[in-house]
Unconditional design. Structure first.
Length: 107
């Protein structure tokens, strides 16, 4: 039993060894689908099939890149808030030290 492959499970991964796409007998001879038996059309069909199979992978990759960018932006925002908090704390400590020094000089 000779089973040809499907799009999801091709019989072979080599596009040159795959069977060319032929027109069905119900279509009239000379219709637009007859031109797909040309080698360039087979190559473009194979590339289009491969691109169609890789679309979910490309979408997942783009989604992960977007999530990584969002996480980095959130991480940067958290660091900025922490830096501002530490700066305010340092300013309060500095002001407290100045007051203590002024009190020591006054006595």
């Amino acid at each position: 039993m000779n089973i040809t492959g499907t799009i999801d499970r091709p019989h072979t991964h080599d596009p040159k060894k795959q069977a060319p796409m032929t027109s069905s007998p119900s279509e009239p001879f000379g219709s637009a689908t007859h031109d797909v038996t040309i080698t360039g059309a087979n190559d473009s069909r194979q590339n289009r099939n491969r691109e169609m199979q890789l679309i979910p992978e490309a979408l997942a990759r783009a989604h992960m890149q977007e999530r990584r960018r969002e996480a980095e932006a959130e991480h940067q925002a958290v660091r900025l808030v922490a830096a501002r908090r530490m700066q305010r704390r340092a300013e309060r400590v500095s002001l407290r030290a100045r007051r203590a020094l002024a009190m020591a000089v006054m006595q």
